[in-house]
Design a protein around this ligand. Sequence first.
Ligand code: AMP
Ligand code: ZN
Length: 139
Amino acid sequence: MENCIFCQIITGRIPSVKVYEDDRVFAFEDINPISEGHTLIIPKTHAENLFEMTGADLSAVIHASKKVASGIQKALSPDGIAMLQLNGRGANQVVMHYHMHLVPRMPGAGRLPITIWEIKAGDMDAIQKTGAKIAAAIE
Ligand code: AMP
Ligand code: ZN
């Protein structure tokens, strides 16, 4: 896609720190890293979000994520690695080309707010109603 920055990273028009590539995916370092080793994995075929991704590309991204995460683990020995993927502006997606974030969590690092939420018992009636609505809508 002409004016998509991640499509331009794939073709090399915009430089990037590439860590991995195969026929379907491209992985590179985030230039505004949340932590050392913050890496993005993207499909080579432009898709804006989860809803536009083909099964083959989704599968390729997940497989590559494991490969790249294993490299991060070996290279940096983090305490853990958060795998995050945002869909839509309401979820704070900024670059509209599907991307999986791998965020290594280093010993003693600060909080990663998205992974921390208050554990508060929900209303079981409401949960059941919502669950039934979602289940009925799954095709
Ligand atoms: P989001 O769309 O919120 O899931 O995140 C987009 C991510 O892309 C951010 O973490 C940015 O730092 C990152 N980003 C934007 N432009 C570039 C670039 N040219 N090279 C590497 N990472 C980028
Ligand atoms: Zn794109």
